[in-house]
Design a protein around this ligand. Sequence first.
Ligand code: SAM
Length: 323
Amino acid sequence: MTLSAGQAVDVLRAAGEPTRLRILALLAREELAVLELCRVLDQSQPRVSRHLKLLAEAGLVERFPDGAWVFYRLTGGGQAGELISEMLGRIDPADPVLARDAERLIAVRAERADAASEYFARNAARWDEIRSLYVSETAVEAAILKAAGRGPFRRLVDLGTGAGRMLTLLGPHAEHALGLDLSQQMLNIARNQVAEAGLERCELRHGDIFGTRLPDASADLVVVHQVLHYLADPAAAVREAARLVEPGGKLIIVDFAPHNLEYLREQHQHRRLGFSDAEMTRWLAESSLVHVDVEALAPARDGGLTVKIWVAERARQPQRTAA
Ligand SMILES: C[S@@+](CC[C@H](N)C(=O)[O-])C[C@H]1O[C@@H](n2cnc3c(N)ncnc32)[C@H](O)[C@@H]1O
């Protein structure tokens, strides 16, 4: 479908203003919070918000509140989106105003990374301690890649994305990837990781694994990596993750086999000391997922943790339920 002349005028009018053009150029680089845009543009929030409202009304940008923050991203796709990216592609990147904006964006990113890594530093040491209890991360990641299959995936959803490792691992095989986490700090780390990995079609959202507010059957690959053992109700999280899997799609859950390292509970906030195949398989079956496959990665040393990878699929045809 093409644009009518009137629609083209609306699009060009929305983009045809210096600040709005700068906003579009910035959002073409990455999704940004309103306050971040204000900092880069060096303009007040009411002013920037007014411009964003006009761009949103013209369908050029998308607004998404994320916890206490509000983010914007280019709507992308469609005739209007293509017209905008064609136009942006024709502007000299060395243009002094746009180049200065790009530099300020780098500074904003660096501040974001500093704040996030300070938080990460506080926790990362503890995670490394846990990691040393099991087989190498490389082996786990290789097994996850194998379990996911070749793709390409239409839509990947990573629940409890943390620093976004699953997104940078599997995102290159996905047309669109979404990472969801309850921690704004972790999302900031993930935002930097995916930007560094050059993953443009990667979205990060604040959200709860118990109620993602994502549509049913909206993903062909859903991943829950090292999240369930922190949760009060892992079965409910599995149900919610499974709800997102479309027919023919896969759910990959990575967690520990049952263990007795009780100190992980006291010192590392683990609530569950691993999961048995029987309970995981039951949860997956209760969510009507089929072909459950399990892989166990034994620990590198005695007394360590076994990592389990459970892979299940949603059948392409609805399953007949027993009478
Ligand atoms: C150990 S990290 C694992 C992160 C990531 N999946 C990875 O493997 O690198 C656990 C993550 O789960 C997130 N989390 C905990 N409870 C959550 C919930 N109810 N909804 C969404 N994320 C949650 C935490 O914020 C944290 O980032």
